[in-house]
Ligand binder design. Structure first.
Ligand code: MLT
Length: 386
């Protein structure tokens, strides 16, 4: 029986994929083989040697100690694109909330509870909540992955001029963009030209605090900023100053922090980007599929720390080796296996930056001596047998 620890509520559509005769899936479980998580903070969690994989039902992995997992041979999965439509739709709503005082207007209406003649008051007061339209305005999109790409295309369809920048854009993502979206040469071009800027980048050492005083100084006065990515991308102290000076006219954030609550110009949403039935189902389905495929066959799809590597399970046994991406390691792995006269049926090796993954399919069982030899090879992190 494989054990999966459930650290957040995950949609039933995904949980139903677990065969209950093979998996025990619970919150309170010791030494799990896999962890399923949404937003729980794992940064300080200790992982047992049994743990093989963590699957996050969502795109961001900043609640997971990815480097520590990599060094321990724990594969971390996410679900890129699975909630992209949900986040795209909330981004479009945010553009509209940032343009027209819908929030202020609704608040005012609710304050009129019990007062007679609301129909007359509305006509008298509505000018206080007037705004502007997004058509013809320039939207800068930072990050053109699954979500940013969809936002860029949708905004274009709403008549906005769209410029985008992503230093790590993939070929697939570039193909998915409307030809009328302008490719900026860097962040500065986005800052200089945009009436609205929306962020769709992960929180990394490179992006943390990127919206700081120096960045605001390059932006148009009255720029409206949408952040449905992560709070860490913003230097809050500088954002508060920019809001006060009206350099930033509006900041819509799906990641409120204490210092942003109730501040004039801030529209704070309680992390609802991916909180739709459809996104939750899609993320749960993908995360569980990834976890099952890895725990049962050692195949990797959508990992953030190890390379994608899949092949059909055709031999009697499968040796999966997580290792450093260093010279001569592959020949040592195959020599260790051949030394016991074992025939390699099929072999696959993939690398991702400094780490790599090798799957070896053999006929017959794996002798203990082979495993011991493999573990003695410099750079081998972990071996799983299927
Ligand atoms: C994401 O990273 O995709 C979202 O934060 C998912 C979520 O809302 O849990």
């Amino acid at each position: 029986m494989k054990k999966v620890q459930l650290l957040n509520k995950i949609a039933k559509a995904g949980l139903d994929l677990f065969d209950t005769s093979k998996y025990s899936v619970r919150a309170d479980i010791d030494n799990p083989d896999g962890i399923l998580v949404r937003s729980a903070d794992l940064l300080k969690m200790e992982f047992s040697n049994e743990l093989k994989a963590i699957a996050r039902a969502g795109a961001g992995v900043n609640n997971i100690p990815v480097q520590r997992c990599t060094e321990q041979g724990i594969v971390v999965f996410n679900t890129p694109g699975a909630n992209a439509n949900g986040v795209k739709e909330l981004t479009i709503a945010s553009l509209l909330l940032a343009s027209r005082d819908i929030v202020g207007g609704i608040k005012w209406i609710n304050e009129q509870t019990g007062k007679a003649g609301i129909d007359k008051s509305v006509e008298k007061e509505k000018s206080r909540f007037a705004g502007s339209e997004i058509e013809g305005k320039t939207l800068g999109v930072i990050g053109l992955g699954a979500i940013g790409g969809m936002v860029a295309n949708a905004a274009r369809n709403l008549g906005m001029d769209v410029i985008g920048y992503d230093p790590y854009i993939t070929v697939d993502a570039a193909w998915g963009l409307s030809r009328s979206i302008k490719r900026a040469s860097g962040y500065d071009e986005i800052y200089k030209n945009s009436d609205y800027i929306t962020l769709h980048a992960p929180a990394t050492e490179e992006t943390k605090g990127m919206f700081c005083e120096a960045a605001f100084a390059k932006m148009k006065t009255g720029v409206r900023i949408i952040n449905l990515s992560r709070s860490d991308l913003i230097n809050n102290r500088d954002m508060l100053k920019a809001l006060q000076s009206k350099k930033v006219a509006c900041y819509v954030t799906d990641f409120p922090t204490d210092d942003m609550v109730g501040v004039e110009g801030v529209i704070a949403i309680p992390h609802l980007g991916a909180s739709t039935n459809e996104s939750e189902d899609n993320c749960a389905l993908l995360a569980v599929q990834e976890l099952i495929e890895y725990l049962e066959n050692g195949n990797i799809k959508n990992s953030v720390n190890y390379p994608d590597a899949s092949m059909p399970h055709v031999g009697d046994s499968r040796i999966c080796v997580l290792h450093k991406n260093i010279p001569n390691i592959l020949s040592q792995i195959s020599a260790a296996i051949s030394a016991e006269k074992i025939n390699i049926e099929n072999m696959l090796n993939r690398s991702k930056k400094e780490y790599a993954y090798t799957i070896v399919e053999i006929i017959g069982d794996i002798p203990k001596i082979t495993l011991d030899t493999l573990y003695n090879i410099d750079g081998i992190i972990r071996i799983n047998i299927y």
